[in-house]
Design a protein around this ligand. Structure first.
Ligand code: AMP
Ligand code: FE
Ligand code: FE
Ligand code: ZN
Length: 282
């Protein structure tokens, strides 16, 4: 039994609907998946219906963007939390507002050099979806400025670009505590993805464990071998879960659904820690 614990739909920056992501997981022969859109649970209802239709297990989830005190971006996966928990839902609602504001500022900067308007960017965002740089990338592809999302990130949207605008986010320990309060299970996503930027220190990992981190995503294409060893040692020391997943974004990224997976025993141990929402079982 294998489960892909990290996927995105067009409720955030994936290119497929939640039902299409579930169908893709079933087609790939997976027994289950987690839908983990950025800062939103909007896709849960549609994914739940699709999971029942396809007879596969669904862990409703979410990916929260956090920022350490020294400016390192850390992504936190939350599984099976209560989507109506006031503290967590207002924190991610605030994060979505911040993303909108930031995307407009990046669009403004780009519009100085490219024929890009905020209206054209919005055409690439599904109604009510969490906005992110991938949507700006799609708009840049749309006007022919770049060939694909990858090229947009490589040349115009990366953190060192003159068009880049940073965003204030919750501290990882704040997010971990909120997820636990909401009955969810917090797992650090691609924690050693060094190609994306600086990664968290050993002391920061320890601090996250202290705050209630449940596990780390080890097998992810952005974690190099050396980073995986660090995460494995950290997890072993604290008795934390170790997961593997694809971070599928439809056609928005090369990542293939099911390219990394998590074994059933680990998924059951994860579910056993959750009190916010039950997994959808066929
Ligand atoms: P944001 O959340 O607005 O900071 O944008 C970050 C998101 O962009 C990540 O969640 C990735 O899904 C996506 N992303 C980052 N790098 C790339 C890339 N090279 N190609 C496609 N998508 C990317
Ligand atoms: Fe993404
Ligand atoms: Fe991420
Ligand atoms: Zn992700």
């Amino acid at each position: 039994m294998s489960v892909d614990l990290h996927t995105h739909s067009n409720v955030s920056d994936g290119t497929e609907t939640p039902a299409e992501v579930v169908a893709a997981a079933a087609l790939a022969g997976l027994e289950g998946l987690a839908l983990t859109d950025h800062d939103t649970t909007k896709g849960w209802a549609e994914a739940t219906i699709a999971a029942r239709q396809h007879g596969i297990i669904l862990l409703p989830g979410m990916e929260i963007t956090t920022l350490t005190e020294n400016g390192i971006s850390a992504h936190l996966l939350s599984y099976l939390h209560d989507p109506l928990h006031p503290g967590l839902s207002s924190a991610v609602s605030e994060a979505r507002d911040g993303r909108l504001h930031r995307a407009r500022r990046i669009a403004d900067r780009l519009s100085v050099d490219f024929p890009l308007t905020w209206e054209t960017v919005q055409e690439h965002v599904s109604a009510g979806a969490t906005v992110g740089r991938p949507h700006l990338a799609d708009a840049l592809v749309g006007i022919g400025a770049v060939a694909d999302r990858q090229e947009a990130f490589d040349h115009l949207l990366h953190a060192g670009s003159p068009y880049y605008v940073s965003q204030e986010n919750m501290h990882p320990t704040t997010a971990i505590r909120l997820v636990r309060e909401a009955g969810g299970v917090p797992i650090l996503a691609h924690g050693m993805a060094s190609a994306r930027g600086r990664t968290v220190s050993q002391a920061q990992l320890e601090e996250m464990a202290e705050a209630g981190l449940a596990g780390v995503e080890v097998r992810h294409r952005d974690n190099p071998e050396s980073g995986r060893r660090i995460l494995e040692k950290f997890a072993a020391r604290h008795g934390l879960l170790m997961t593997g997943s694809s971070d599928y974004h439809g056609t928005g990224k090369a990542n293939l659904i099911g390219e990394n997976t998590t074994d059933w025993e680990t998924v059951e141990a994860l579910c056993a820690q959750a009190t916010g929402t039950a997994p959808v079982r066929p």
